[in-house]
Design a protein around this ligand. Sequence first.
Ligand code: FCB
Length: 454
Amino acid sequence: MTEDHPAFPPGFVWGTATSAYQIEGAVHENGRGPSIWDTFCRVPGAVAGGDTGDVACDHYHRFQEDLRLLAGLGVGAYRFSVAWPRVQPDGRGEPNAAGLDFYKRLLDSMRDLGITPFVTLYHWDLPQALEDRGGWRVRDTAERFADYAGIVHDALAGWEPYWITLNEPYCSSITSYAEGRHAPGAKEGHGALAAAHHLLLGHGLAVPRLRTRGGERVGITLNMSPAVPASGSPQDAAAARRQDLLVNRQFTEPVFGGAYPRDMEETFGAITDFSFRRDGDLELIGAPLDFFGLNYYYRIHAADAPYAEPDPARRTAFDIGVRHVTPEGGVISGLGWPVEPEGLRQTLTGLAARHPGLPPVYVTENGYGEHGDDLDDQGRVSYLRGHIAAVAEAVAAGVDVRGYFCWSLLDNFEWARGYAARFGLVHVDYETQARTPKASYHWLRDRIAASGTA
Ligand code: FCB
């Protein structure tokens, strides 16, 4: 074992991750209905460059080529998401068989290649018809999600995937209904916190639907960013605590501790009475899981700051009196995110310490974003090297980490940043759809081969 090649346990899973709306395109094919992202992309100024996911990487038609690139990395697993609007164009009712067929073909090809599927059921593409009825603000959407999960389970369980109910409910609630940066672009207080609760409830209701055969492996993916006080002041310490609540503890505590953190009332009591919570919800949300998916990108350095809205009762749930500070002298990604692999080790060890019953962990996303067509992407190589080493340190410290998925296989539609921001191991020329592996692709392939875990 060298510093560059720290040890991983036998059977450790390597993979890459993608999501449906970011790569598939083919938004009008085979009966797919519109999602909130189709709508949001048409709002002037919402997405950089006016980009949309209409074509994206055209993965819907090129998935065989993409799976060959994936197999060339030597990975044992692939995490992708199912588009709810392909399966239920209106978000309810009978399944659309043609929509499910795409995923069956994909899974058949993965089986031929010996690649284990990790299937995410919700990676942010809510059917627009459900948003028109209130979206995640309303409890009914949680019920609809559980029905959809049951449909996908019944159709795809034969391929024995690992099931991930939700990807990053922080983003599909707070970023989407409070910050307004993601679809549907709302800026709310009560509504955004209701969305967060209903997403977790949807997860809780879906879990038993995914476990009807026995032997299924069911988990959830949360994004976590440790919040570090920007200075030694008590004000910055309090700001970091609010930030930690908003991004991390609001989600981890109910899922792994069966209760909401007590400072929810103190922080959000002026914007909501939490009337969306019902008896029995926390039992569902906190039911045991088979694994936990962690998405980690960067640490937040939090400083106390004025609230955007002076009247506490009129604030959004994103307006918590915190400013994010970029640490001086550190490495910064091409998107301005601090590169601090230490934060990944800290997240893993901290989580395991706080929740002794934590199930096995998979890092379901970790990656490096930048602008431009950088094929010799040494910034990404260095990011991956550092973060994979941080995972190995967490393993050495006793955390049960079973796998690591790089975000992402391909450059793709990076949400509000459009196509300008690139996270791929493989470059995509959006004019020609030509795929070109970058230096990081070759580096990761060699790193996986050297790990001796296969
Ligand atoms: C995560 C998302 C993923 C991708 C990466 C860069 O928050 O889950 O879809 O956009 O960030």
